[in-house]
Design a protein around this ligand. Structure first.
Ligand code: ZN
Length: 319
């Protein structure tokens, strides 16, 4: 299986998703698979692969559960040209999914299936839908056309209107533990050292780890992490750290800072409660900044990065 973050067809789920996939397959075979599903799990755990695998199973003509990989339905789906399957994602260079593509996707679900079987619409990530786009899809979720299945891939369900969430059956997708992740990265052709480094640098997001290792951005990310770690160890002053980070994309800075803090929190003992609480608060703030940046809000970059570095350095000095 060739896997990358953009994989749109897969005959098998990722190893740590097999229980969830089995449950979905049983439901499909018993014809009680909900027509609106929401796959929820941490970013980078491979939810798209699970969505693609389930879609492949729904589009397979053999109806034997799973994807045979050889029937016309599977061949078309594999080639990305199956007319009954649609991925709805932010357009290139955009973050949001607007109302027009959503309306078009709704029309798609209402048409008769070209190959006489199921239609599958995958929205990824679902929280990228604007409020009006999310509202537009509500009615379809309430009364999905008989043979259509809508699969939402969702990292942050809290960013979606409750009305949308409540109309979907939630499927919690687990993230791999370190052992599973390293073994799987090895199976994708990564050397053990590179796999471990990518896993650490990605903050445990295995799909991001694979993409980073393959696209060579690992060194850049590793350097950003080192800057934050030096801040935490008080071996670098906030102004120096901010200068180091001045050329990096704001979202990358925030995401990496958050990941380093979360990693550090895991290794702290409970006795460091005072410091931990301050770190949790800072993590919350960084998450909010990330959401604001993703939402297109123009934050003052230099000021924000300096503030971030100063707060990390203050947290470290707490006794
Ligand atoms: Zn097939």
């Amino acid at each position: 299986m060739v896997v990358d973050a953009q994989t749109r067809w897969s005959a098998t789920p990722l190893p740590w998703q097999s229980d969830e996939f089995e449950r979905l397959l049983v439901m499909q075979q018993q014809e009680r698979l909900p027509h609106a599903l929401m796959l929820v799990g941490p970013e980078g755990c491979g939810k798209r692969i699970l969505a693609a695998t389930l879609a492949a199973s729904l589009l397979c003509h053999k109806r034997s559960g799973g994807s045979c990989g050889t029937c016309d339905g599977c061949l078309l789906a594999k080639a990305g040209s199956h007319g009954d399957s649609r991925w709805l994602e932010p357009e290139e260079g955009k973050r949001a999914i607007g109302i027009d593509p959503v309306r078009e996707a709704i029309r798609f679900t209402q048409q008769t299936a070209g190959y006489g079987q199921h239609k599958v619409l995958i929205v990824s990530p679902a929280e990228a839908m604007t409020t009006s786009a999310a509202n537009a899809i509500l009615k379809t979720l309430e009364e999905p056309p008989g043979n259509s299945f809508i699969i939402f891939v969702c990292h942050r369900p809290g960013d979606l209107p409750a009305t949308v969430r409540s109309r979907c059956q939630k499927v919690t997708v687990p993230a791999p533990d370190q052992g599973q992740a390293l073994m799987w990265l090895g199976e994708q052709g990564l050397e053990a050292d590179l796999a471990r480094q990518a896993f650490d640098v990605s903050g445990g997001r295995v799909m991001a780890a694979l993409a980073m290792a393959r696209t060579g951005v690992l060194e850049g990310r590793a350097a950003i992490r080192r800057t934050f770690e030096q801040l935490l160890e008080a071996s670098l002053a906030p102004a120096g750290a901010a200068a180091d980070l001045s050329k990096v994309e704001l979202e990358t800075v925030l995401e990496t800072g958050l990941s380093v803090l979360q990693h550090r929190l895991k290794s702290h003992s409970k006795s460091e409660l005072h410091k931990n609480q301050a770190m949790f608060l800072l993590c919350d703030d960084i998450s909010q900044w990330c959401a604001a940046v993703r939402g297109g809000l123009n934050l003052t970059r230099e000021g924000l990065i300096l503030q971030l570095c100063m707060r990390i350095s203050t947290v470290t000095k707490l006794r």
